[in-house]
Write a protein that binds this ligand. Structure first.
Ligand SMILES: [Zn+2]
Length: 301
C-alpha cells in the first residue's frame, strides 16, 4: 500500500480556553488549515463546516509567523490541518503546543517515506513541496480524509471527497500531457526557490533554483552568476517568478544575462507555495496546477 495511514498527533482533552459547547454549536465545526492549498482540498471533501486558512494568496509559508488573529483562529479550531515536513517552519512550536490540546493532522504523514525527496543539506531535510506532484497530493488528501473520518468530524462528505480524488487522478495525467508538449531539450525549469523538485520528477523537467527548499536561506551573488552561466551556455529561453517570492533574485539573473548580450525571457509567475488571489486563475489547487503547466509550456515550447 503506497500510503500509510498514520494519524497525526492527537489531543488528549480540551482545556478551559476552548469555546464552550454552546458557542461551538452556534459557530459550527471549525477546521483550520495552515495553507490555502490545504483549505481548498478540505473544502472539497467536507460540507457545512467552517474551513479557514491561516495563509492567504501570496503568503510565503516558510516565513509565516502567526498573527494574533491566526492564534485566535487556532484557539477556536476543532481540528487543525498542517502540511508538515517543516513547511510551516516558524509555526512549529505553536503547532506542537496546540497538538497537546486538540488534533493536529499533518498531511505529509500520509506519504510513503520512500517517495520523499531530500535536500542536499547536511541534515538531509525532506522537501515539503510534495503537492506539486498531483499523485502525491492525492495521497496526502486521502490521508486527510481518512483522518477526518477517524476523528468523527461531522461534516465529511465521502461522495464529494471521492469525486475530488478522482478529479486529481485525471489532473495528474493532464499535467503530464501539457508538460509533455515541451521539447525534451527545453525542459529546464528555473525558479527562485526549490519548490518544484517533485514536479520535475513527476513531469520530466530538470529543476534549477537560486535558493534551497526554504526561502529562509539567502541566495548569494555566486548562485546568480552560476545560473547566468548555465542559462547562456545552454541557451535556456526563460526563467520563472513565484507568486510568494519577491522578484529581485530573478531580476538579477535577467540583468546578468543582459550584460552578456543574452536576451532572457521572463516566463511568467508560477504558484508554488500559495494559491493565487481573486481573478488570478489560480484560486484553487486544480486551477493553480493548470496555470503553472500552461505558463511553463508556453514559455519553454
Ligand atoms: Zn517553498
Amino acid at each position: 500500500m503506497r500510503f500509510a495511514f498514520v494519524l497525526g498527533l492527537f489531543a488528549l482533552l480540551g482545556v478551559s480556553c476552548e469555546p464552550s459547547s454552546a458557542e461551538k454549536a452556534e459557530d459550527g465545526f471549525l477546521i483550520v488549515c495552515t495553507t490555502g492549498i490545504l483549505a481548498d482540498a478540505v473544502g472539497h471533501m467536507t460540507e457545512s463546516c467552517e474551513v479557514a486558512a491561516l495563509m492567504g494568496p501570496g503568503t510565503d509559508p516558510h516565513l509565516f509567523r502567526p498573527s494574533r488573529k491566526s492564534l485566535q483562529l487556532l484557539e477556536r479550531a476543532d481540528i487543525i490541518i498542517a502540511n508538515g515536513l517543516r513547511l510551516e517552519g516558524r509555526m512549529q512550536e505553536v503547532l506542537e503546543k496546540t497538538s497537546l490540546r486538540k488534533p493536529v493532522v499533518f498531511a505529509s504523514a500520509g506519504l510513503y517515506k520512500g517517495s520523499l525527496i531530500t535536500a542536499d543539506d547536511r541534515d538531509r531535510t525532506a522537501d515539503p513541496h510534495f503537492w506539486t506532484d498531483v499523485s502525491m497530493w492525492k495521497g496526502a488528501c486521502e490521508h486527510i480524509l481518512s483522518t477526518l473520518e477517524k476523528a468523527e468530524v461531522p461534516c465529511v462528505n465521502r461522495p464529494a471527497a471521492e469525486d475530488y480524488l478522482s478529479r486529481l487522478e485525471l489532473l495528474h495525467e493532464e499535467i503530464a500531457e501539457i508538460t509533455g508538449e515541451i521539447p525534451p531539450r527545453k525542459r529546464v525549469l528555473i525558479t527562485p526557490h526549490d519548490a518544484f523538485s517533485y514536479y520535475g520528477r513527476a513531469y520530466g523537467l530538470e529543476v534549477i533554483t537560486l535558493q534551497g527548499i526554504s526561502t529562509a536561506a539567502e541566495y548569494g551573488v555566486r548562485d546568480i552568476r552560476d545560473v547566468v552561466q548555465l542559462i547562456t551556455d545552454r541557451e535556456i529561453p526563460a526563467v520563472f517568478d513565484e507568486s510568494s517570492i519577491a522578484p529581485r533574485a530573478m531580476d538579477a539573473v535577467t540583468a546578468g544575462c543582459e550584460s552578456r548580450g543574452y536576451r532572457l525571457k521572463r516566463g511568467g509567475t508560477l504558484y508554488s507555495d500559495a494559491l493565487g488571489g481573486a481573478g488570478s486563475g489560480a484560486e484553487t489547487y486544480i486551477d493553480m496546477m493548470y496555470s503553472n503547466a500552461t505558463t511553463i509550456k508556453s514559455a519553454l515550447k
